[in-house]
Design a protein around this ligand. Structure first.
Ligand code: UT7
Length: 317
């Protein structure tokens, strides 16, 4: 039995913040941000708008696109690093908001910017292990609430949003392989300044940007190569490369290393910035809506984030 992606959906908050808006509240400029990251604007959740609200809207659209009713969903895996509350999992709030059946189950996965790749892998394995036939895999983040708005080196990089996919058991091809990695010895180069056990508050994002950049380019390229060699295919066989959208310079460097022409690379960082676990499902939905990703296409997704954690998945659409 295989597992395929049956539909995608996404949601972005109405409010946007341009680079020029940011330059009014901190010592930065549109030119610096565009040159270093390719980012022009980011979406910011409204006051009181929660990760579960954004996730629910994205999930509703994914269900519609897949032509699947909420009653048919057996489980939700939500990748988020900005849960509504420390507990319960945001996924159970989404489960309630969507009105899923009582014998469904829901859990969060915490792998920060790699979260969607991890969550997809978890959901794929649930179905392969017989623990459900259909699931919702969600990446949803309210990064704006984790940012130190006085730190220009991180505040300009992130945005809010949510993306979701419906996965289901199939006899055809679908998710061909997933590849997950983490290295906890690198935990200090990207982390928050607090957490429930350490400080009783969630803290703010801190990052050694240059160090993360170097690891990102190397590890993201390696994990796509791993997916290609595992499936005995080459970069030429890939129709679409859908990487995590941290920084266009990272994406371009990885695509170059792998030999992907830029026409095959999906990029959304320009208007959305880095939405952490939400960036890949947002980019997938964008590519589907724009008629880029079509049935039968071979798609590789790839992400790296705090942990460090990273990974890839090869998907026959
Ligand atoms: O999704 C999780 C994974 N995260 C990532 O992949 C992010 C990886 N890192 C990066 O994308 C890049 O390192 C950044 C975009 C964060 C920074 O770019 P950089 O080329 O590595 O710049 P830098 O940190 O080395 O800073 C260069 C200069 C510094 O000034 P000095 O020391 O050279 O005078 C910074 O203080 O740029 C300064 N700077 C800024 N200037 C204007 C840092 N942030 C800003 C800013 N506006 N927002």
């Amino acid at each position: 039995m295989n597992v395929r992606i049956a539909g995608t959906g996404s949601y972005l908050p109405v409010k946007t913040l341009s680079n020029d808006d940011l330059s009014k509240i901190m010592d930065t400029s549109h030119d610096w941000i565009v040159q270093r990251t390719g980012i022009h604007q980011r979406h910011i959740a409204a006051e009181g708008e929660l990760t579960s609200d954004m996730a629910t809207k994205a999930a509703e659209k994914a269900l519609k696109a897949a032509n699947v009713s909420a009653d048919d969903i057996d489980f939700i895996v939500c990748a988020t690093t900005t849960p509504d509350l420390t507990f319960p999992a945001t996924a159970v709030t989404i489960q309630a908001k969507l009105g899923l059946k009582k014998d469904s189950f829901a859990l969060d996965v915490q792998a920060v910017c790699s979260g969607f790749v991890y969550a997809l892998s978890v959901g794929n394995n649930f179905i392969k292990a017989g623990q459900g036939q259909k699931g919702l895999i969600i990446g949803a983040e309210k990064m704006s609430s984790l940012l130190d708005w006085t730190d220009r080196s991180t505040a300009v990089l992130f945005g809010d949003g949510a993306g979701a996919v419906v996965i289901e058991a199939t006899k055809e091809e679908g998710i061909l392989s997933t590849h997950l990695h983490s290295d906890g010895t690198l935990c200090d180069i990207l982390k928050t300044s607090g957490g429930a056990a350490q400080s009783e508050h969630v803290g703010k994002v801190t990052m050694e940007g240059r160090a993360v950049f170097k690891h990102a380019v190397i590890k993201l390229a390696q994990s796509v190569e791993e997916a290609l060699s595992h499936n005995n295919i080459s970069a030429d066989d890939i129709d679409w490369f859908v990487p995590h959208q941290a920084n266009e310079r990272i994406i371009d460097a990885v695509a170059d290393r792998l030999g992907f022409p830029l026409e095959k690379v999906i990029k959304t960082a320009r208007n959305q910035a880095n939405t952490s676990a939400a960036s890949i499902p947002l980019a997938l939905d964008d590519a589907v809506k724009n008629g880029k990703i079509q049935k039968g296409d071979l798609v590789v997704i790839d992400a790296l984030g705090a942990g460090l954690s990273w990974g890839s998945a090869l998907i026959k659409w």
